[in-house]
Write a protein that binds this ligand. Structure first.
Ligand code: MG
Length: 332
């Protein structure tokens, strides 16, 4: 099997072989392998559910690929809602001609991200479309998780709360942009794409007052903070020099006129917590690879409700606005 052919999505022998030799072999579990029309799940208590479609270009990028992105993106959305990722569905739309080795690499990445999250794929779908009608592969993943901590919400921020970012910002957007534009910098800029559940599980295991968590994906840090300021009708003021940004991301921004706050992240999240718990949250995050650069970047106020204010190291203040237009299509 060198390339995916239309017959691999035809519902016949070739599709059966693909499903058994690849999907069941790598992602298999009792529920998936039962191959019923629907997965039968056992759930008790409140459940979180999310869905996302992944169309990233290129399919393979520094620090990840579309498979890792699909699993991480979905389980992270569950995790930041305080839910333990449990079950995922995976729908694949594959372009005729995709190299079988590429598909195997992608599914292998999904497997490794699933293992980190504790979730399993329990149902799936494969379609193959003729050459030229898709770009390699698109993946849709839906996830279900058991809520461990209820009440986390963008509407919950209160004046006095601390705002924390779990790591340095902008690496996913910058890495994709560099790869697409063929820009080479001196450093080794990798996407931050990562499964956040282990770090978030540790936070949820502590008695810290977390108001809200959100992964800073499309729209970056700027979008999360603006959405929170509006939803909670508070001011959020941020100290620019406290925001961790690596030198390569700053380099890309200077070169192309972007701001790191607008760039997408795929393994970095923002938290609003009661100020008394800020140090505990920070110390917990810093125990994990994804949280080494975690920092308290600002606080919630009440002066200008709905606005985010960025304070520079020199004392100047400006509004941090929502990113405008389409910064970068097909980033996730
Ligand atoms: Mg999200």
């Amino acid at each position: 099997m060198g390339e995916i052919q239309l017959s691999h999505g035809g519902g016949g022998e070739e599709m059966n072989a693909l499903i058994h030799d690849l999907f069941y072999a790598l992602l298999g579990n009792e529920t998936l392998n039962a191959a019923e029309d629907a997965a039968l799940l056992h759930l008790e208590g409140p459940v979180a559910m999310t869905t996302d479609s992944f169309t990233v270009s290129p399919l393979f990028f520094s620090g990840g690929d579309i498979g890792k992105l699909a699993v991480a993106g979905t389980v992270n959305d569950l995790a930041v809602m305080g839910a333990r990722p449990m079950y995922l569905s995976a729908g694949f739309i594959i372009e005729e001609g995709l190299a079988f080795d590429d598909l195997r690499r992608i599914v292998t990445s999904m497997k490794s991200a699933l293992d980190k999250s504790g979730a399993r794929i329990v149902c799936g779908d494969t379609k193959v479309v003729p050459k030229g009608t898709a770009d390699g592969i698109y993946i849709n993943t839906t996830g279900v998780g058991a809520v461990q901590r209820a009440g986390l919400s963008a509407h919950n921020l209160r004046p006095g709360d601390a705002v924390i970012v779990s790591g340095d910002i902008g690496r996913h957007g910058a890495a994709i942009l560099m790869q697409r534009e063929g820009i080479a910098l001196q450093g080794d800029l990798k996407s931050d794409c990562a499964v956040l559940w282990p770090a978030i599980a540790a936070l949820l295991g502590q008695s810290v007052a977390i108001r809200a968590m959100r992964d800073a994906t499309r729209g970056g840090l700027a979008a999360v903070l603006n959405e929170w300021a509006v939803a909670s009708n508070v001011e959020i003021s941020i100290q620019e020099e406290q925001i961790p940004v690596c030198s390569d991301v700053l380099g890309v921004c200077e070169l192309l006129g972007f701001e790191p706050y607008d760039f997408a992240n795929e393994g970095t999240f923002v938290l609003a917590v009661d100020a008394k718990d800020a140090e505990t949250v920070l110390e917990t995050l810093q125990r994990f690879d994804i949280g080494e650069q975690a920092a308290i970047i600002g606080r919630v106020g009440e002066e200008k409700p709905g606005r985010v204010i960025l304070q520079s190291a020199w004392g100047s203040r400006r509004y941090l606005e929502l990113p405008k237009g389409e910064l970068l299509p097909r980033i996730c």
